[in-house]
Design a protein around this ligand. Structure first.
Ligand SMILES: NC(=O)c1ccc[n+]([C@@H]2O[C@H](COP(=O)([O-])OP(=O)(O)OC[C@H]3O[C@@H](n4cnc5c(N)ncnc54)[C@H](OP(=O)(O)O)[C@@H]3O)[C@@H](O)[C@H]2O)c1
Length: 249
């Protein structure tokens, strides 16, 4: 490990790493010397393009497909990543979906779909990865959302799923603390990705105007928070959710 490559030799699994915030997290870790396993659900071309783009990085990168709502798929992805890289020092779960519906149109299938990906996926991934993490020294970082703290109309199911993620970080920090593994979450406000392209088309100017820092957040605004939480400097922070929304809340 060096000052310029603080993650040299470390292995990071970034699930949901093929696009958006997760892809910025992958690039940041790769630039800091880590080996990165990239998890994605279906869009293999984007995951493979990212791997190709990082071919010259100091650490190795490789893409692995798994739907995080499927327990067997998660186990297989984690086993394949460990077979490739030997262990997992850091788990970042950026996989998530954000469909919004008004109360009157919410049905059981909709609720299950959101909770399966955002909540069950977070639990199953954590279960699958912990046996391969260094103890002490493992790091787990989830994505909650600003909406967990201040939901908006039609966001109820997504916001509740992200409140659950923040609570999972808090609760798992109690269980994994004795192993020396930290568990934290980042709660972004609106960040410019595929997930928010429709919202930004409709209300981008209003969102920018109501943001004290005067612009829309970018994936790079979030990636550095993740690498900080994964660093040795953050070893005394666990169970927390870091709000990063340009001052909106
Ligand atoms: N963007 C925001 O404004 C914002 C704000 C607050 C919180 N967040 C949270 O931050 C995280 C990243 O958001 P983003 O904006 O970067 O999202 P995004 O651009 O839509 O990318 C989502 C990523 O998650 C993967 N994914 C989705 N469902 C999956 C599943 N069932 N199994 C495995 N992978 C799956 C996608 O893989 P494929 O490419 O294969 O589809 C993709 O890599 C999410 O948890 C989101 O809820 C985002």
């Amino acid at each position: 490990m060096t000052e310029t490559n603080p993650f040299e030799g470390k292995v990071v699994l970034v699930v949901g790493g093929s696009r958006g915030i997760g892809a910025a997290v992958v690039r940041k870790f790769a630039g800091l010397g880590a080996h990165v396993a990239i998890g994605y659900r279906t869009r293999s071309h984007e995951a493979e393009a990212l791997v190709a783009d990082l071919a010259a990085a100091r650490g190795r990168t490789k893409a692995f497909m798994a739907d995080v709502s499927q327990p067997e798929a998660i186990d297989l992805m984690v086993r394949d990543a460990v077979a490739e890289f030997g262990r997992i020092d850091i788990l970042v779960n950026s996989a998530g979906i954000n469909p919004y519906r008004p109360l009157g149109t919410i049905d059981a299938a909709f609720v299950r779909e959101v909770l399966d990906v955002n909540v069950l996926g977070t639990i199953l991934l954590t279960q699958a990865v912990v046996p391969y993490m260094p103890s002490p020294g493992g790091r787990i970082i989830y994505f909650a959302s600003r909406l967990a703290l201040s939901p908006l109309a039609t966001t109820a199911v997504y916001a509740a799923s992200k409140a659950a993620v923040a609570t999972l970080a808090h609760a798992f920090s109690k269980e994994l603390g004795p192993k020396g593994i930290t568990v934290n979450a980042v709660a972004p406000g609106v960040i410019e990705t595929d997930m928010t392209s429709a919202i930004l088309r409709e209300r981008g100017e209003a969102i920018r105007a109501s943001t004290p820092l005067g612009r829309i957040g970018t994936p790079d605004d979030i990636a550095g928070i993740v690498t900080f939480l994964a660093s040795s400097d953050a070893g005394w922070i666990t169970g927390r959710t870091i709000l990063a929304d340009g001052g909106v809340t």
